[in-house]
Design a protein around this ligand. Structure first.
Ligand code: ASP
Length: 584
């Protein structure tokens, strides 16, 4: 046998056993007449021990082993004299009789340890070395455990995994498609699926009832934020369901995954409407690990000459604020930083008002000229302000105020440690609007995708006030990250036609893009609904990563490049000719 044990499994009860191990040389230590080597494989690290006094030659060749050499060793398990409580194999070592070098290694470009000296770029280039580091290796193991737990649960609930093709026609998730040119039909292109949305709906028409798939999705988006051009979803669809069935099922699955992969028991998930999430937290993915709700003041502000507040209210805007607990002693500099934060272009406020309820009982504010102490205390009461609290108030267009205060709430929570890092906030956000207005063009666009079913009681506003129509759409939010989106779908052709028309698609365009789907709806489409989890983000959260790159084996760099394979790359002219493509 190549090896009889792995590097993570030997304990004191194996004392005396002769074993064969194989792995990578993590480090070689030379202490007097002794040489110690840490041998690493996926399962752990085992200490190898060589003694000059018992075998000089072997010991000398051991000192010549370089980092990341691959070796096979034979020896006996013995109790260590100096134990290491930090690793599971820390009570034993191998008294080596002989070893074989299976492969040499060049000195790796960075240290293979959690606290490595390699930049992310370098680590992406040598990802196979990066994956040898314990953190990334453990992340991939947790990822596999999570997927296994998902499959277990879904299988138990009667779901079946069905694969769908990658070379298809454009799917409507609102992003740009990746296109694949057809060699046999020049000028025609396949699109890679932005998600299997349409196909899973067709599987419901086909009567498969409960579908899931761990599936790659492709979206050619700009590399703003934490995005990857290809990412993995756990994609699901169910027939003959209402929203409640979906909540029960996927809340159950999420709890099961936490339990199996991390041993964590989650409490029942609260539900909050999109409207309330925006109103109280300024975000459709609120982090509820801490409170700090936004308080709206339009109706309760004392009458003064302060134009900033008055103008905002007169123009249909919002005056609202948050209570930064225990921040009244912020310095001028810290207050200026807050002002800069809300002024950043993507937030766009002109500034922010502060009221400081000092520990000594006095009240000071940046609007002392307009508000007397009694009025400031009145405002403070809206926030239940206590000694030591800092009230921050914004006044502008509703969306700007909410966005700024929502972002500020998160920023302060991080800086001030308002929440326990190990806490979990998992909640449903429900009742998203069906449509919204494109800020630039003013056009009506869909919020999730065009197949989401409106709430029947809101259909009355469909023509008169479309943005008021709520959809049967929901998200699952985990520690302030959206990890699932889904909806009850439209299953009637007429309603689907009305939605397409509202989105400005002509019957010809609808026919060209979605004719095959609408045709299917003529043949008895069952009521159905579903959702998709963003697997990478969920893994990232469960493994303490900072970006979804940290949760993937071979991610692209933030520029969209695969630094290891050097892709995308220029191709042979011959290939282009075959495809009928001319580059410009
Ligand atoms: N296809 C949707 C998405 O990718 C998920 C769903 O509605 O099931 O966001």
């Amino acid at each position: 046998m190549f090896r009889t044990k792995n590097c993570g499994e030997l304990r004191l009860n194996h004392k005396g056993e002769e074993v064969t191990l194989a792995g990578w040389v993590q480090r070689v230590r030379n202490i007097g007449h002794l040489v110690f080597i840490d041998l690493r494989d996926r399962y752990g690290i085992t200490q190898l021990s060589f003694d000059q006094n018992s075998n000089k030659e072997l010991c000398e060749s051991a000192t010549k082993l370089g980092r990341e050499y691959v070796i096979q060793v034979k020896g006996n398990v013995r109790e260590r004299s100096a134990k290491n409580a930090n690793i599971p194999t820390g009570e034993i070592e191998i008294d080596v009789h002989n070893f074989v070098i299976l492969n040499e290694s060049e000195t790796p470009p960075f240290t293979i340890e959690n606290n490595t000296d390699g930049s992310e770029e370098l680590r992406l280039k040598y990802r196979y070395l990066d994956i040898r580091r314990p953190h990334l290796k453990d992340t991939l193991i947790t990822r596999a455990k999570m997927i296994k737990a998902m499959r277990e649960y879904l299988d138990e609930q009667g779901f079946i995994e069905i694969e769908t093709p990658n070379l298809i026609k454009s799917t409507p998730e609102g992003a740009r498609d990746f296109l694949v040119p057809s060699r046999l039909q020049h000028g025609s292109f396949y699109a890679l699926p932005q998600s299997p949305q349409i196909l899973k709906q067709l599987l419901m028409v086909a009567g498969m009832d409960r579908y899931y798939q761990v599936v790659k999705c492709y979206r050619d988006e700009d590399f703003r934020g934490d995005r990857q051009p290809e990412f993995t979803q756990l994609d699901c669809e169910m027939s003959f369901v209402e929203q409640e069935d979906i909540f029960q099922n996927f809340e159950g699955m999420t709890k099961h995954v936490f339990k199996q992969a991390k041993g964590i028991e989650l409490a029942d998930f609260p539900r909050i409407t999109f409207a309330d999430a925006m109103k109280y937290y300024g975000s459709d993915k609120p982090d509820l690990r801490f409170d700090c709700k936004i308080v709206e003041l339009n109706a309760v502000l004392p009458k003064t000459d302060f134009a900033v507040f008055n103008n905002a209210i007169e123009n249909g805007g919002l005056v609202a604020g948050i209570n930064a607990k225990k921040c009244a002693n912020y310095t001028r500099k810290q207050l200026d930083e807050i002002t800069e934060f809300v002024k950043a272009t993507h937030r766009g406020l002109g500034g922010i008002v502060n009221i400081r309820f000092a520990e000594d009982g006095t009240v000071k504010s940046s609007i002392d000229k307009f508000f007397n102490e009694e009025q400031l205390r009145e405002i403070g009461q809206q926030f239940n302000a206590e000694k030591g609290d800092l009230i921050l108030i914004a006044a502008d267009k509703i969306s700007k105020v909410r966005k700024s205060l929502g972002d500020l709430r998160l920023d302060l929570a991080k800086k001030e440690n308002w929440f326990d890092k190990d806490a979990w906030s998992v909640l449903w956000v429900i009742d998203f609007p069906l449509f919204e207005k494109d800020e630039e063009t003013g056009d009506i666009i869909f919020v999730h995708h065009p197949f989401c079913s409106p709430h029947p009681e809101d259909l009355q506003y469909f023509d008169s006030d479309p943005t008021r129509v709520r959809a049967q759409t929901y998200d699952l939010v985990m520690n302030g990250n959206e990890i699932l989106s889904g909806s009850i779908r439209i299953h009637q052709k007429d309603l689907q036609d009305r939605v397409f028309a509202k989105l400005g698609l002509t019957p010809e365009e609808v026919d060209a893009k979605f004719g095959f789907m609408l045709n299917a709806f003529r043949y008895g489409a069952p009521p159905h609904g579903g959702c998709a989890f963003g697997l990478d983000r969920w893994v990232m959260l469960m493994t303490g990563g900072e970006t979804i790159r940290d949760a993937m084996a071979f991610p692209k760099a933030s520029s969209g490049k695969d630094l290891m394979m050097d892709a995308p790359a220029v191709v042979d002219v011959k290939q282009l000719v075959e495809l009928g493509i001319k580059t410009i």
